[in-house]
Write a protein of this length. Structure first.
Length: 237
């Protein structure tokens, strides 16, 4: 029996990044030790044993949700928490393999703190975070360069931008990595940050777009559509 720690499984439309607008089933793992100060999913941090679900239950729930509409969904996004934490990896691999055998397309959300080769190889798309200064967490540029070299053909890099310092850090990281690996086609996506209590960061969004235009447009600026539509505190949407 394989037990996975799961925060929630739900059906919704992707609200951010280059897959924006794609309906899918989300499997959100419970447990993350990374500690971003601006995390909007702190309820996923505890490795809470009461959140254990058997693999078969997880796959059954995904199937049920995928078949709720007139025509089944074929996309699954695995997120967290941190689905790549070593404690999760055996369950994660079993889940990916089962879902792939059923014909699902798998998006894996990676926090940018580690590359798990077997999980990355088995997934169809990987979203890899570059942690900006406002997160209080640092992403290794060596790791990022390795991700781009080995998996850049099926991924994106996402960075949350709260201010000019965040934009500058993302710009400098991209520049340094380009020196190492050469021009790379992988999209770098900037997500303008929400501050606590903020409804819609229009001014920050405009500022990030302006910075990107001024600095030669190395990025795509894509906001969090689900927060505009359902509110900043809404979950599972
Ligand atoms: S990696 Fe994700 S879940 Fe973990 S602290 Fe950072 S934003 Fe929150």
């Amino acid at each position: 029996m394989t037990t996975l720690l799961i925060n929630t499984i739900y059906r919704a439309t992707e609200g951010e990044g280059v897959q924006l607008g794609s309906p899918q089933v989300f499997v959100r793992f419970q447990g993350c030790a990374i500690g971003c100060v601006n995390c909007d999913s702190k309820e996923t941090w505890d490795f809470d044993a009461s959140k254990g679900l058997e693999l078969a239950e997880v796959v059954k729930k995904v199937d049920e949700l995928a078949h709720e509409g007139r025509w089944p969904l074929r996309r699954v996004s695995i997120t967290g928490g941190d689905p790549l934490h070593p404690q999760h990896v055996p369950g994660l691999m079993a889940l990916i393999i089962d879902l792939k055998l059923k014909g699902y397309w798998i998006n894996l959300e990676a926090a940018g703190s580690r590359i798990v080769e077997e999980a990355f190889k088995a997934s169809d798309f990987i979203s890899f975070d570059f942690k900006t200064p406002s997160t209080g967490v640092r992403t290794s540029l060596e790791l990022l360069a390795r991700f781009i070299r080995d998996f850049g053909h099926k991924g994106q890099i996402k960075a949350v931008i709260a201010d000019n310092a965040d934009f500058g850090a993302a710009f400098e990281a991209r520049r340094q990595i380009e020196e190492q690996v050469g021009p790379h086609p992988i999209p770098w996506v900037l997500t303008p940050a929400f501050s606590p209590g903020e409804k819609m960061p229009l001014k920050r969004f405009q500022e990030v777009m302006k910075l990107n235009e001024d600095w030669g447009a190395p990025f795509r600026v894509i906001g969090q559509q689900h927060k505009w539509l359902y509110g900043v505190d809404a979950k599972n949407v």
